[in-house]
Design a protein around this ligand. Structure first.
Ligand code: CTP
Ligand code: CA
Length: 227
């Protein structure tokens, strides 16, 4: 499949992609997670590979087959995703955070299976590290960092706040209310935000959208490197 692509606009570049959900263990048999399928991140990894990049894919548990000729790094918790990604950041040109990382994790994992008892049960959670923000704050002038934003209201306001607070170069904003966007399905409809402004893209298959997003990341990378 790779050989079919004669144009390799990302050749010589290292691309780091995160994809899928995380799993936060409560006890040996239970965990907290979300509906992320990993499809968007896997599509980005595959597209970057087809365009000639050396790709590392750090992903939470998904049912997707591994992407050929991509370094596959499976992780489970938000913390393990953070630790793994941070090992590769320095050596990457383009970092794309498509993973749906848990914002909270149990204060501690019970060593034994939690037994039920009468009445209500309360779970106490603590915040996880904001991986995108950590990477954004550390990024060099010659690196491009792209995040996603999943919203159900005030899409552009919230996505722009994330672009700024996380020091990202680009945020791909998904509106979960939008038909044909979001978890589990094969299409997405996004708005791309950068320091320059906003661009609403038409509904596309995730495979096709991946190239559109990589193209925009590459434009930003070239602009930064020309300076
Ligand atoms: N993200 C991250 N680490 C976290 C949480 C989120 O790296 N602990 C990244 C996601 O991978 C995504 C971006 O931040 O690229 C935005 O995620 P989102 O859940 O939309 O935003 P949050 O900043 O977590 O804010 P909230 O969930 O409150 O809207
Ligand atoms: Ca979140």
């Amino acid at each position: 499949e790779q050989a079919l692509f004669t144009e390799k606009p990302l050749s010589g570049l290292k691309v780091l992609v995160s994809a899928g959900p995380t799993q936060e263990a409560l006890d040996p048999v239970r965990y907290l997670t979300n509906h992320s399928s990993g499809k968007m991140g896997y599509a980005l990894a595959k597209a970057a590979r087809n365009w000639g990049a050396e790709v590392t894919l750090v992903h939470g548990p998904t049912t997707l087959p591994p992407v050929r000729n991509v370094a596959d790094m499976p992780v489970t918790s938000a913390q393990s995703m953070a630790e793994t990604l941070l090992m590769y950041v320095e050596d990457s040109d383009l970092i794309i955070k498509a993973a749906a990382v848990a914002d909270y994790t149990p204060i501690e994992m019970a060593a034994q299976k939690i037994k039920k008892s009468e009445g209500e049960f309360q779970l106490t959670l603590k915040r996880t590290q904001d991986i995108l923000k950590t990477i954004g704050e550390r990024k060099r002038e010659d690196q491009v960092v792209c995040g996603f934003a999943m919203e159900t209201e005030q899409l552009l306001e919230h996505a722009r706040a994330k672009l700024e607070s996380k020091h990202a170069d680009m945020i791909v904003a998904n509106d979960l209310r939008e038909h044909g966007a979001g978890f589990g399905i094969d299409t997405n409809r996004v708005t791309v935000l950068t320091a320059q402004g906003e661009e609403s893209l038409p509904i596309m298959r995730k495979e096709e959208l991946a190239y559109a997003l990589l193209e925009r990341c590459l434009t930003i990378l070239k602009e930064k490197r020309e300076k």
